[in-house]
Design a protein. Sequence first.
Length: 328
Amino acid sequence: MVSKLKRLVAMGVLLALFALGTAQAIASTIELSFMFPSTGSRAELYRELVDEFESEHPEISINMVPHTWSTLVNFTEEVVVLSAADVMPDVIITPFQGVNMFGKQGLLYDLTPLLERDAANTKPDDILPPALEANTIEERTYGIPVGIESVWVTYNPNVFDEAGLGAPDTLVEAGTWDFDALRELAIRTTTRHSDGTVDRYGMVFPAALEMLPAWLWGMGGDMYDADTNRIVLDQEGAVDGLAFLSAMLHEDLTTGIGWGPGPHGVALNALAAQSRVALNPWWHGIATEYPNWGASYMPDQVPFPAGPVSVRTTAIRATEAGNAAINR
């Protein structure tokens, strides 16, 4: 599994580095800077890839610029400031939203002619089409996918053992893992202080718009109608999906919003470290962060539950490598 992940990430990062290197004038040594997330499971992988790349291409020197991720808003502000100051790194790792925002602002290099020229070696047709489309604005490509994540449910197995409950994996095996089962487990694993405030949350989900469709699809709804270019949150299936989440938040009082605003906002990293969250529907890569947060246990994972209308409930997102547009 690690070797497959490494090949996937390597393909995107190396394509970005090659694209930028070939776009520059020939020199005795080409110096590039690479901004990457300095925390999480992939940080060391990026370092290993750069070492391998420099070993195979001694004419190219990579200056690694570690970046501590906090929020998309903070990351966006940092990139804009670096670009305005003409010091943005040559290659950056960014969520897919970043490619769309930065590409439209002219902050990223148009890779289209380079990918077309080097198609025999870079093989862009081998990239999952939706992931590549997420990097394309008006038929111009501004980023290369380096990873794809899907929505799964991460859970603390110790919570279910202590409560004498069957963990979600047993429900998956029994074919009964659905929205109602998740809600019931969230209710039964929530614990409260004597004043009624939550001690352990049955569920924490992220304050991330790209996570919302998974809940709507299960109810037969959607956020957006591509045929009419309309937001359709007012239609029946979407309303049902929002109502389901609202009930868990406001009626059951079992659910927190990870790093979200308002009274339901909670710090998932702190709760996970203290074994104070049972279920965590999030991108599947979140499980690798638990040890970094100080959790003394290894979480387990199951697929996102089936909805009452549709089992199509798993969203995906891509992480990208983009090239800076400055000085090119």
